[in-house]
Design a protein. Structure first.
Length: 499
């Protein structure tokens, strides 16, 4: 008699047993309901280094959350005021003002509730979350005046109290601007053995500072030539806010009538070669400044201010403001500009001009309007001005004023001695500090000065110079609190903050 094989094979029995086990487990889960704990899937600033341009972070949750419980339980230390916005499982926290530089921050979220669990009458809380981020160090740049640093570009990290000389001894730095990420500086300089200020060439130098998290900074002090002065004198320059374009005021060495603005890429092309500058075909102009969108340049032209496109043929201005002779500053978003009107009685008016056509007079001075900067943290304009104190000898006294752009209220912050006509001022990226210099001219200067002698924009020989840091408060608070500037242990002039 022949025996038949078993209908169910051993492998089939194992598979059936596993299916029965999984069915039981699934049934138990369904009976218990949804027990998945809500958690933070992503925090966009986790272990990041941020700057003033970073104004919001995002939380992405694994489950829909009860909004109020999240907003009530989110803690940031030190505190940062901000506003919440939601899109499904994503929460965005937008800062009211930039985060102060040189600070480590801790973000905590615990006790927030799951949206659906609350609807079911259950108290299911989010998995506790702790995140960290930090802001960039407070870093300044200046041109040194002591023996070792004379004429060289110096970087000083205020947060870490570290100094680094960036440029070599054989170059005398005349002017400089930082790239937006702070990793490089564009500067003009002449040879230390050449007294001709019109022989300046354009260079870049690395700072050794990392502008982006996770990207290792290139070693500081690497200098590259950007534009020579073989055929043309490089008089002034400006770097676009996006760091992509340079505008240079140039004059032909053999033809004085050949004078105007040129533009060129700030970086090399794909093959690593420098791109030659192009002539901006337009009427000759004076002082100029690239617009915040990096697509045009505002230039004093004739009896007004023209906005010229950054292209070969700029003979047709994008806009022309005949009543203003100079653009002092743009707001970061380009919606506002501080403009100077030159009056026939030799006074000067400062106006706030908006892209909506509003022209609001802010102040009038018998002296000069040297510089202005918009604060990105508040509707405040900081200006360095002078007031005429002696008509006979034409002596001007410089002072710093903060102007509330909403109310027009003015708050004088600092009055400097009349001898400090060559002072330079710069506002920190986080809006919490003003940096300025106090130049001491040489009293016994003669016509036969050494080639490496440092000079101000007015041509005065510099003996030495000190740097001062002034903390800032909102205008309303500054009215009740006296703020005094602090002298830094540094000898230099022409200070600038790193972004």
């Amino acid at each position: 008699m022949i025996k038949s094989k078993a209908f169910i094979q051993p492998l089939d029995r194992i598979a059936i047993a596993l299916m029965l086990l999984l069915s039981v487990l699934i049934g138990l889960i369904l009976l218990q309901g949804d027990v998945v704990t809500a958690r933070v899937r992503e925090f966009t600033w986790q272990n990041q280094q941020i700057g003033a341009e970073d104004n919001s972070f995002t939380f992405t949750f694994s489950r829909p959350m009860e909004i109020k419980s999240v907003e009530d339980n989110l803690k940031i230390e030190p505190p940062l005021a901000g506003k919440f916005s939601w899109a499904g499982r994503r929460m965005v926290y937008t800062l009211v003002t930039p985060a102060p530089y040189g600070t480590n921050y801790k973000v905590e979220l615990q006790g927030a509730k799951d949206k659906f669990a609350q609807q079911e009458g259950k108290n299911r809380l989010i998995q506790p979350f702790v995140g960290n981020f930090r802001t960039r160090d407070r870093v300044i740049l200046y041109i040194g005046t002591n023996q070792e640093e004379q004429g060289r570009l110096v970087l000083y990290n205020l947060t870490q109290e570290q100094k680094r000389i960036l440029t070599p001894k054989d170059l005398i730095v005349i002017d400089f601007e930082s790239f937006p990420d702070g990793e490089k500086i564009l500067f003009s300089a002449r040879a230390a053995n050449n007294q001709d200020l019109l022989s300046a060439q354009l260079y870049t130098v690395t700072t050794g500072v990392s502008g982006k998290s996770g990207k290792e900074a290139e070693a500081g002090g690497k200098v590259d030539l950007t534009l020579d002065s073989k055929d043309y004198q490089n008089l002034k320059f400006d770097l676009s806010p996006d760091g992509q374009t340079i505008v240079i005021q140039r004059g032909n060495k053999t033809n004085p009538g050949d004078f105007g603005l040129w533009f060129m890429p700030a970086t090399s092309n794909g093959s690593g070669e420098k791109t030659a500058p192009k002539r901006l075909k337009s009427q000759p102009g004076g002082d100029f400044m690239i617009t915040p969108d990096s697509k045009a340049v505002a230039v004093a032209q004739g009896q007004g201010a023209a906005i010229l496109p950054l292209q070969d043929d700029a003979s047709r201005p994008l806009d022309f403001l005949p009543q203003f002779g100079l653009v002092q500053a743009f707001s970061k978003d380009g919606s506002q500009a501080a403009m100077v009107k030159f009056n026939t009685d030799y006074t000067r008016d400062l106006f706030l001009v908006t892209n909506q056509g509003v022209q609001k007079q802010l102040l009038k001075t018998t002296g000069s309007i040297l510089s202005c900067q918009f604060d990105i943290a508040s509707p405040t304009l900081y200006c360095l001005l002078t007031q005429l104190v002696s008509k006979e000898q034409y002596i001007e006294q410089p002072y710093v004023v903060a102007i509330d752009l909403k109310t027009g209220q003015q708050k004088p912050l600092l009055v400097l001695p009349p001898a400090q006509r060559n002072v330079q001022m710069t506002l920190s990226a986080d809006g919490l500090g003003l940096l300025f210099d106090q130049v001491v001219p040489q009293t016994n200067a003669t016509a036969s000065l050494p080639a490496n002698t440092l000079k101000t924009d007015d041509g005065d020989a510099i003996a030495t110079s000190s740097l001062w840091l002034m903390p800032l408060l909102p205008i309303a608070d500054a009215a009740t609190v006296e703020i005094r500037p602090e002298k830094l242990p540094l000898a230099g002039f022409h200070p600038r903050w790193l972004p």
